[in-house]
Design a binder for this molecule. Structure first.
Ligand code: ADP
Ligand code: MG
Length: 579
């Protein structure tokens, strides 16, 4: 048994009791439905032989027995539908939790190539199909096997010749089913991929709806969406075409069996080879063994669907986070804030060819408590340098240390707790202002939150919001201005109170007025902390004690604003083109 199957089965383990109970009830239910036609046959036979008056007693007793069996059947069906589904739902719950937890562990590199819509689709669509398979699969197999085998045995015991007539088409049905199944498997997989694509498109288009509207791109979006939707329809069509043949052929075969049994049975009665009660029993059983075949058909359908869902789930679960804590990772504590890059080479592709490297053999030292600015033209790698410090990406070569401790030797959690980042794009979660600021430190008191907001120059505007700190800012914070969102994100960092700060173009997208206010709060925040500032507008970093100029060749120049201007090199050029 391979790893995939072992994983597939492992989800049953916690619910073994419920699952076994489900199977037992399925078994009992199937058995009762096999017994009832036998009783009917017996009643018919008794009446025919002994006459109505003598048989009356038997009829009443056996009818009560049948009612009893029906009650048992009712109980079984209720149990299977309720407990069986709950077992499935609990397994789905586990799968969903596992997938979400896994998503949380995966690193930036993973999310660089993934689309949210497709990731969502795995959680919503795929998992549902898997759990349907989980509980219906074994249950249906069990019920069908018992009914099919049971009725075959009983039919053979009643009359072998007529049983042969009834069973003749069965091998044909099975062969037919397996051929079509193979074809359907492909269409199911395609369906799954296409619905994921549709979700991705939708997610993308709705997230960017403001851009769509400003470029009046609605028609183009609808067109692109329709294309995906058409493809989905096409793969569904292939799918349903196979299913239609499948069901039609099977229904028709069932009908043929009934007709053949009735006709040949009648002839046999005429020749005294069969009794009437046997023919009645036969006709009742025909349903009892064609129904399982149909069930098996829907099982194979469910199986294909569920397994292709599981395969997608499994593929995802098998992706290892590419950045993991070392087995002996320690907590990073008592950080002063010296940062060193030694001989660091980095490329996003992971392969260190000279062309693909964002930078090679970079050396950089920042003293604890220093305020350092990093400048350089767009795309040169400033943001990349910053994302190496919290270990969002791993250097291809070289090492990065904080207070001489290699960052790969400490836990990511403790490392990232020591670093505060303020970026150009602010992401606010759905929820209140309070919750968003508290994201910096979930156990902060209300006073601490207010204090952080005050220092971030956010308190005043927050108090003007309809519900103050309890105002719901909606997903993506659409109801706040860029500057206001930025101030909330700064309050978040104040609350977190990290010894190391990174400002990555924190004020670049703001108007002059907000920039001024935010600049003030950033400077307040930077006091006594190691701070690395990337600024687009060079005017904002003029008073930095040290400015590093990054170019394709690494750190090309460094010094104060005046020193660098005097040098008349890259910095001077950048400064003069900008102003
Ligand atoms: P800067 O912040 O200086 O403008 P970046 O550090 O963002 O530059 O980018 C440096 C280079 O790395 C650019 O050529 C950019 O295209 C590339 N790059 C940035 N992010 C990624 C990523 N997630 N995957 C692949 N390449 C990237
Ligand atoms: Mg950048």
């Amino acid at each position: 048994m391979n790893a995939k199957w072992r994983k597939f089965l492992s989800y049953y383990r916690p619910y073994m009791k419920g699952f076994i109970a489900d199977m037992v009830f399925a078994l009992v239910g199937a058995a009762t439905s096999l017994i009832i036609p036998l009783i009917i046959r017996y009643i018919t036979g008794t009446v025919l032989l002994e006459g109505f008056v003598n048989a009356q007693q038997t009829i009443i007793v056996l009818s009560l027995v049948m009612l009893g069996l029906l009650a048992v059947d009712f109980g079984c069906n209720y149990f299977i539908a309720y407990v069986g589904h709950m077992v499935g739902a609990r397994m789905e719950y586990d799968l969903r939790n596992e997938l979400f937890t896994h998503y949380q562990k995966l690193s930036f590199r993973f999310y660089d190539d993934q689309k949210v819509g497709s990731l969502m689709s795995r959680v919503t669509n795929d998992l549902f199909e898997i759990t349907e398979l989980y509980h219906h699969g074994p249950e249906d197999l069990m019920i069908s096997a018992i009914k099919l085998l049971g009725s075959v045995v009983i039919l053979c015991m009643i009359n072998v010749k007529l049983a042969a007539v009834a069973l003749l088409p069965v091998p044909f049905m099975i062969a037919f089913a397996s051929v079509l199944n193979r074809k359907m498997k492909r269409t199911f997989k395609k369906n799954r991929e296409r619905i994921a694509e549709i979700n991705t498109r939708m997610e993308d288009s709705l997230s960017g709806i403001r851009v769509v509207k400003s470029f009046t791109g609605e028609d183009m979006e609808i067109h692109k969406f329709t294309e995906g939707n058409d493809l989905f329809l096409m793969s569904k069509r292939d799918n349903y075409r196979y299913m239609a043949i499948y069901h039609a052929v099977l229904w028709c075969t069932t009908g043929l069996i009934t007709v053949a049994v009735a006709a040949i049975g009648a002839l046999m009665i005429g020749k005294d080879q069969l009794t009437l009660q046997d023919l009645i029993a036969f006709l009742l059983y025909v349903n009892n063994f064609t129904e399982p075949i149909r069930k098996l058909v829907s099982f194979t359908e469910q199986f294909q669907n569920g397994m292709s869902g599981f395969e997608r789930f499994y593929e995802m679960i098998c992706i290892d986070p590419d950045i993991e804590d070392a087995p002996d990772a320690k907590e990073l504590s008592d950080v002063k804030g010296d940062i060193d890059f030694t001989d660091v080479t980095f490329s996003y592709g992971g392969n260190p060819t000279r062309e693909a490297n964002v930078f090679s053999h970079l050396n950089l030292h920042i003293d604890a408590g220093e305020y350092v600015a990093l400048v350089g033209h767009s795309g040169v790698g400033k943001t990349t340098i910053c994302s190496l410090i919290p270990r969002f990406y791993e250097p291809t070569e070289g090492r990065i240390t904080i207070d001489s401790t290699d960052i790969t030797s400490v836990t990511q959690k403790s490392l990232r707790q020591k670093i505060g980042i303020v970026q150009q794009d602010v992401y606010l979660f759905a929820g209140t202002v309070l919750e968003n600021i508290r994201y910096g430190r979930p156990d902060a008191t209300f006073e601490e939150v207010v204090n952080a907001a005050k220092r971030a120059n956010a308190h005043e505007f927050i108090m003007e919001l309809p519900d103050g700190y309890d105002t719901d800012i909606g997903q993506r914070g659409v109801k706040l201005s860029g500057g206001q969102k930025q101030r909330i994100s700064i309050a978040r960092v104040f609350l977190k109170d990290p010894p190391i700060l990174i400002f990555d173009e924190a004020t670049s997208s703001l108007d002059n007025e907000s920039e001024k206010v935010i600049q003030d709060s950033l400077e307040e925040l930077a006091k006594d902390r190691t701070t690395l500032v990337i600024a687009h507008r060079l005017t904002t970093i003029q008073n930095a004690k040290r400015i590093l100029v990054l170019s394709e060749n690494g750190i090309e120049e460094e010094g104060t604003h005046e020193e660098l201007l005097k040098k008349n090199g890259t910095y001077a050029k950048l400064y003069h083109t900008a102003t």
